[in-house]
Design a protein around this ligand. Sequence first.
Ligand SMILES: *[C@@H]1O[C@H](CO)[C@@H](O)[C@H](O)[C@H]1NC(C)=O
Ligand SMILES: *[C@@H]1O[C@H](CO)[C@@H](O)[C@H](O)[C@H]1NC(C)=O
Ligand SMILES: *[C@@H]1O[C@H](CO)[C@@H](O)[C@H](O)[C@H]1NC(C)=O
Ligand SMILES: *[C@@H]1O[C@H](CO)[C@@H](O)[C@H](O)[C@H]1NC(C)=O
Ligand SMILES: *[C@@H]1O[C@H](CO)[C@@H](O)[C@H](O)[C@H]1NC(C)=O
Ligand SMILES: *[C@@H]1O[C@H](CO)[C@@H](O)[C@H](O)[C@H]1NC(C)=O
Ligand SMILES: *[C@@H]1O[C@H](CO)[C@@H](O)[C@H](O)[C@H]1NC(C)=O
Ligand SMILES: *[C@@H]1O[C@H](CO)[C@@H](O)[C@H](O)[C@H]1NC(C)=O
Length: 490
Amino acid sequence: MRNLPGASFMAAIAASFISSATTARVDLDWHAPNATAINNLTQVLNGSGVYGFIYNSSTTSAEAYGQYNWCNMPHVRATEYPRASAEFDLQYVELIHRHHKRTVYASNSFPVESYPWNCDDEDLFYYGQPRTGRESARTYWHGYISPENQFVRGFRGSCQFPQITFGGLEDSFQHGKDLYGVYHDLLRFLPHNANDKVNFRVTQNVITSEVGGMVINGMFSTEENYPLYIQPNGYDPLEPTYPCPVSSNLFSAIRSGSNWTSHLTSASPLYATLDNISGVPPDDSGFHASFDHYYDNLSARQCHNKPLPCKIVDGQNSSACVTQDIADNVYRLGNYEYSYIYRDDPRSLAASATSYGVFLGQLTSHIRDVITGKMNVIYRHNVAHDGSISRLLSVLQLDLMVWPGMGSEVVFELYKKKTVSIAGENPSPPSSKSGYYIRVLWRGQILRSSNPSLGLMDMLPVETLLAYLDGLVGSGASLIVGKCSGAIPL
Ligand SMILES: *[C@@H]1O[C@H](CO)[C@@H](O)[C@H](O)[C@H]1NC(C)=O
Ligand SMILES: *[C@@H]1O[C@H](CO)[C@@H](O)[C@H](O)[C@H]1NC(C)=O
Ligand SMILES: *[C@@H]1O[C@H](CO)[C@@H](O)[C@H](O)[C@H]1NC(C)=O
Ligand SMILES: *[C@@H]1O[C@H](CO)[C@@H](O)[C@H](O)[C@H]1NC(C)=O
Ligand SMILES: *[C@@H]1O[C@H](CO)[C@@H](O)[C@H](O)[C@H]1NC(C)=O
Ligand SMILES: *[C@@H]1O[C@H](CO)[C@@H](O)[C@H](O)[C@H]1NC(C)=O
Ligand SMILES: *[C@@H]1O[C@H](CO)[C@@H](O)[C@H](O)[C@H]1NC(C)=O
Ligand SMILES: *[C@@H]1O[C@H](CO)[C@@H](O)[C@H](O)[C@H]1NC(C)=O
């Protein structure tokens, strides 16, 4: 479109609408998510199973695709992709997903593990190389623990805790292949090669780079050198890690109120059983502030076909083991906690909008730059974490919040309607004055927000999304420094 005569004129018209987006009337309030078994504590504590969610394999059967799979969440792929109607032309895609499956974090390990976890089936490359001049040897990390080192707790073995596992690398490759199947093969949108129209971004946590390389090869069949964009340690908006005291205080308040502590108290018999088997001291604050550590500890094993742990007595497995029932209780509580922290508590919206505001401000800048013809990039791909996806879903006010599993993906698609309507010519309320529309996909399907201004996020006038995000974080995240410090009221 930028090459056609009159294009800059049309871009100017569009720009005049998107720059005044803040004046569009949108609802900036928090709205409760749907009431379901996931966020009903009575049902969580008294239930069984995990709503049919998958925890023990990266594979979801063709009929069940779209179902929650902690090991490998559903993403956009050709078989299920909801194609937009022919009157819409895709202009820009910005995608964010959680890294793929990995070992546990060392901090989530039990004091004594009954088996080692080795990663001898893959190498983690790490080296620097001058742009010009000498090349580096392709060096990689080989993990090991010397017998003299008696300090290591938790899993022994050759893995980094964490690292993306062999299976997680395979899932990353397939994820890339599936995306290319839609955005290149089906829609003819992506270029054939990974040129300057596409951009990949990661966080300071190396596991996102481990995923990035496999995704890029899965998409563009390339084993060439390729840049991964990254912002500074301690200030990264993608993870996010920039300091935001107002957000940290809100999240602390959410996680210390009586509704929060009452779920931990109600689950104390479960904690007693888990502590007894794992050897985690009952006063270990990390394991007892939430079910996060036990959830990660058990689910990482199950995603990799490793047995649930037993209590180690005199160096041997005893008969006191974590059963699937116990694990399922932990998984229900984990999903309850994510819904509670990011959606059910009304303070979640401000907590997330402030700590994810810089990323959101970048997103709206990207959208505006596409519309005004200032940006050459048509596809941005961000590899991030559960904390990133949760905050984004919190701000979008997802109707049914869960703990975003491995590979969880949110896609923003920017479309232009084929006939641009000029101001006044098209008065029907849902139409976009600029001619641009947004669609948001979650689990490979159209996301539904509990916020009535967003609703089913299917061809929302772009002005609506811009006004919503500008209202919370300011155009280009202009309000975030002030909101994070408390200088600007929430
Ligand atoms: C949430 O509730 C809305 C309104 O009743 C409904 O349309 C939507 O399908 C529900 N979402 C889910 C995931 O069930
Ligand atoms: C939670 O579930 C219980 C048991 O099914 C039900 O009695 C209660 O009304 C539910 N609470 C809410 C807020 O839906
Ligand atoms: C707990 O579940 C049992 C059987 O599944 C049911 O009989 C009982 O009413 C439930 N209790 C509550 C408080 O929902
Ligand atoms: C995975 O879990 C499901 C549900 O808990 C179970 O039906 C299935 O047999 C399990 N598969 C494997 C390979 O363990
Ligand atoms: C689970 O917790 C135990 C005990 O802290 C630890 O040794 C083990 O490494 C953990 N495993 C995972 C996968 O987090
Ligand atoms: C405990 O059992 C697991 C299998 O369930 C096995 O892999 C492991 O070697 C055993 N550990 C010990 C210390 O016997
Ligand atoms: C606790 O939950 C109840 C029921 O959902 C709600 O009415 C109340 O406001 C909550 N209290 C706090 C402190 O969040
Ligand atoms: C702790 O584990 C032992 C087996 O090693 C068992 O006899 C005991 O009943 C367990 N205690 C609790 C509170 O589960």
